[in-house]
Design a protein around this ligand. Structure first.
Ligand code: GUN
Length: 290
């Protein structure tokens, strides 16, 4: 059997096109563009790439992008003052502070300072709480993108066994909440889980978000299961390569032989994160304008 390949890139492109239409309608109705502010502290190369892509995608969708860069040694008071300034700015509908922050800054304190109604990342405890109790709020972009792909692939998820590998606040925990809200039977596995292979083998849905290259083997997958790979890991360069290959947390070649459907890396979950961010920014714009 060969699994279907879930084309996150194409799905995200469709979503972005719909968001662009909605952004134009918002501008007509509100007399201003929706606006997303992105804050980057320091020079982490991966974060610089993400922030540049987010800014470009925001403009392409017909929204305003406000980029704020602070030096790596910026103090907490400066960053918190910037967040407060963005909270108060009516042109800014959504605020994203790119993580990770330099070690001397307290991420939780910074996230807690963002107005929950501008928290398009869904990281504020108010939004995490809203998700946990089933109230409307902002949901973290990567897990919401994964859920969209799963529903597109499977339709109704009710009663399915789902295993989420990874328990981060950004992906694992909100992913589990979303699947629970869809009436899946959810297991959260992590680095201390015993017999991970057996746990994974029971699952109709596997979401891997551990950050360990090709950790999940094809032999662990139940035949026909749907596998969502959130990992993006760069392998060390092989001989003759200047850069190593990008791989997920799942052994893709092996999984293709067993699963019903699987997301590739790159081109699976990655493009969904930015598309959902734009969606959340537009939702924020409607809330803030209304
Ligand atoms: N760093 C890695 N992923 C994310 C994300 O989704 N949002 C923010 N703010 N930082 C990140």
């Amino acid at each position: 059997m060969t699994a279907s390949i879930i084309d996150g890139k194409a799905f995200a492109a469709g979503l972005r096109a719909r968001i662009a239409d909605h952004a134009a309608a918002f501008e007509q109705a509100a007399g201003r563009k929706a606006g997303l502010a992105v804050v980057l502290v320091g020079e982490d190369p991966a974060s610089q790439v993400y922030v540049r892509s987010k800014g470009k995608a925001t403009l392409e969708c017909g929204m305003n992008s406000f980029e704020h860069k602070l030096p790596a040694d910026a103090d907490e008071a400066t960053l918190l003052a910037l967040v407060e300034q963005l909270n108060a700015d009516p042109a800014v509908d959504g605020i994203l502070v790119q993580l990770p922050l330099p070690a001397h800054l307290d991420e939780q304190k910074v996230i807690a300072t963002i107005n929950p109604d501008k928290d398009v990342d869904g990281f504020h405890v108010t939004n995490a709480g809203r998700l946990a109790v089933g109230l409307p709020g902002f949901v973290p972009c990567t897990p919401l993108g994964c859920l969209m792909l799963l529903k597109d692939q499977l339709g109704n998820l009710s009663g399915l066994d789902a295993v989420v590998i990874g328990r981060s606040n950004i992906v694992g925990k909100p992913m589990a909440q979303l699947l629970l809200a869809e009436s899946c039977t959810v297991t959260i596995a992590h680095s201390r889980t015993k017999n991970l292979e057996d746990v994974v083998r029971r699952a109709d849905i596997v979401v891997a978000a551990v950050g360990r290259p090709e950790m999940v083997k094809g032999s662990w997958i139940k035949p026909g299961a749907t596998v969502i790979d959130v990992g993006i890991n760069r392998l060390p360069p092989a001989e003759g390569e200047s850069k190593g290959r990008l791989v997920g947390d799942v052994d893709y070649a092996q999984t293709l032989e067993v699963a019903g459907a699987v997301t590739p890396v790159p081109g699976g979950v990655g493009p969904m994160t930015i598309a959902v961010l734009l969606r959340n920014a537009l939702v924020a714009a409607h809330r803030n304008a209304g």
